[in-house]
Design a protein around this ligand. Structure first.
Ligand SMILES: NC(=O)c1ccc[n+]([C@@H]2O[C@H](COP(=O)([O-])OP(=O)(O)OC[C@H]3O[C@@H](n4cnc5c(N)ncnc54)[C@H](OP(=O)(O)O)[C@@H]3O)[C@@H](O)[C@H]2O)c1
Length: 233
């Protein structure tokens, strides 16, 4: 029993050492019909404030947040931990931005002295130099034949940067790629009762959450939202 508890507490540590890659949790707020955003990417919450508060708890127990250029551009999130209204904690943020599209005015780049910002990119240009001057860590990575990063290599690189536990906060395109590469350890789903419709952006491309091999670990109700924590099998 004690052994199991210790293992649960340190599972990210054991898993990350074994694989030399970070323990990876994905957090997704989804609609009834498994969409993560509206067709025009309009900025609107899918989950309620109680779910979002729990989302901050998940951030607070992670070593870094991993996101994409697209989520930064569409949402302009702060990606800080706000467990209390008066208190904002900055944790490292990793951005996958192959063509360096994120605006310099993005909220994540404010208060940069208080946090670590790591940007994976293929571009070495004036913008990359400006971002470095600002205090970002730029990691140059080659694109493969599909013009994408090899995510397995990218995750090994994250681990080598001394980050052993990440919370992914991005859309369905990255989530689908992570699943394909078997890089997800834990899935945190907040399912709301709203319906977005077939034009909405899917949580997972050409698939449903229930098609994944999942083992349920926890279930909670946050007013009208259902929260599920799964391990990927
Ligand atoms: N409901 C939620 O929980 C939640 C959470 C976060 C975000 N969102 C929403 O999700 C929407 C975006 O979702 P999305 O599915 O369209 O996009 P996404 O998954 O956030 O990002 C896709 C982009 O990430 C980059 N990318 C992904 N895999 C890559 C790889 N292997 N190599 C290189 N680059 C890679 C590419 O960026 P580039 O094309 O720019 O190079 C790609 O276009 C936004 O509206 C955001 O608000 C929802």
């Amino acid at each position: 029993m004690i052994k199991k508890k210790t293992y649960d507490l340190n599972k990210f540590f054991f898993k990350s050492i074994k694989k030399s890659q970070p323990f990876t949790k994905v957090k997704l707020a989804i609609s009834q019909d498994e969409k993560i955003a509206w067709h025009n990417y309009k900025s609107k919450w899918i989950s309620n404030e109680f779910s979002r508060q729990y989302g901050h708890k998940l951030r607070s127990t992670s070593q870094a947040i991993l996101t994409t250029s697209k989520t930064i551009i569409k949402d302009n999130p702060k990606l800080t931990v706000r467990l209390k209204k008066t208190n904002e904690i900055h944790i490292p943020i990793i951005v996958i931005d192959r063509y360096l599209k994120i605006p310099i005015s993005s909220k994540i780049l404010k208060d940069i002295s208080k946090k670590r910002i790591i940007i994976f990119t293929s571009k070495k240009n004036k913008k990359s130099r400006d971002l470095t001057k600002l205090g970002c860590e730029l990691v140059y990575f080659k694109l493969n034949k599909m013009n994408k990063f090899n995510l397995k290599n990218l995750f090994k690189k994250i681990y080598s940067l001394k980050i052993a536990d990440v919370l992914v906060e991005a859309g369905g395109i990255l989530f689908t790629d992570l699943i394909k590469n078997k890089l997800v350890d834990e899935l945190h789903i907040f399912r709301s009762n709203i319906y977005i419709g077939h034009k909405g952006k899917p949580a997972i491309l050409k698939n449903k959450i229930n098609d994944l091999k999942l083992s349920i670990q926890e279930k909670k109700i946050f007013k009208n939202d259902f929260y599920y924590k799964y391990n990927l099998i």
